[in-house]
Design a protein around this ligand. Structure first.
Ligand SMILES: [Zn+2]
Length: 169
C-alpha cells in the first residue's frame, strides 16, 4: 500500500521518533508499505516520520528496487562511528524539488535492529553514508534544510513559500 508522504512543515517531521519495541506483523506491514511508498516516489531512503509515523524506523535502497540485496531496514538505528567529510547535493521526499549541498561524514558505522529485532552493525561510504545520516536525522526530528548553510536554507524556504502560495506544495 502506498502511504501519503508528509511535507515540510508537518510537525511530525520535527519530532524525535519513539523507539520501536514490537517486532510484529504490524511492523512488517509498515516496512513493506514504506518500501512501496519510497519506490513510488523514486527515493532512495524513507523514514517513518515522513509517512506520519513517529517511530525510529527507516528504509533505504540505493538501487531503487533493482537489486533486492540493496534493501536495508533500519530499526532504532544509531551512528556509532563517523569519519571524513563530504559535501554533496541531497534531496528529500518531504521537500519536493528542493536539492542542495549538505556537509556529511564520508564514512559511518551504524548499529540497528532488523525486522525481527536482531541487532546488526554495518558500514556505509559516500552515497550510502549520506543516506544513512539523512534518514537517521529524520528519526531525531532533524531535517536536511537545517544542515544547509543559512543562505541556502533561506533560499530553499523562500522557494517553498512561493510554491505553497501557488498551491504547488
Ligand atoms: Zn528526507
Amino acid at each position: 500500500m502506498i502511504l501519503t508522504i508528509v511535507k515540510y512543515p508537518e510537525p511530525v517531521l520535527s519530532q524525535p521518533g519513539e523507539p520501536v519495541t514490537e517486532f510484529d506483523a504490524g511492523l512488517r506491514k509498515l516496512v513493506a508499505d514504506m518500501f512501496e511508498t519510497m519506490y513510488a516516489g523514486q527515493g532512495i531512503g524513507l523514514a517513518a516520520p515522513q509517512v506520519a509515523v513517529s517511530k525510529r524506523l527507516a528504509v533505504i535502497d540505493l538501487s531503487m528496487g533493482k537489486d533486492p540485496e540493496d534493501k536495508l531496514v533500519l530499526i532504532n538505528p544509531e551512528i556509532i562511528f563517523h569519519e571524513g567529510r563530504q559535501y554533496e547535493e541531497e534531496g528529500c521526499l518531504s521537500f519536493p524539488e528542493i536539492r542542495e549541498k549538505v556537509v556529511r561524514s564520508s564514512k559511518v558505522s551504524v548499529r540497528a535492529q532488523d525486522e525481527t529485532g536482531k541487532w546488526f552493525e554495518m558500514d556505509g561510504e559516500d552515497l550510502l553514508s549520506r543516506c544513512l545520516q539523512h534518514e537517521i536525522d529524520h528519526l531525531d526530528g532533524m531535517l536536511f534544510i537545517f544542515r544547509m548553510s543559512a543562505l541556502k536554507r533561506n533560499l530553499s524556504l523562500r522557494k517553498i513559500r512561493k510554491m505553497q502560495s501557488a498551491g504547488e506544495w
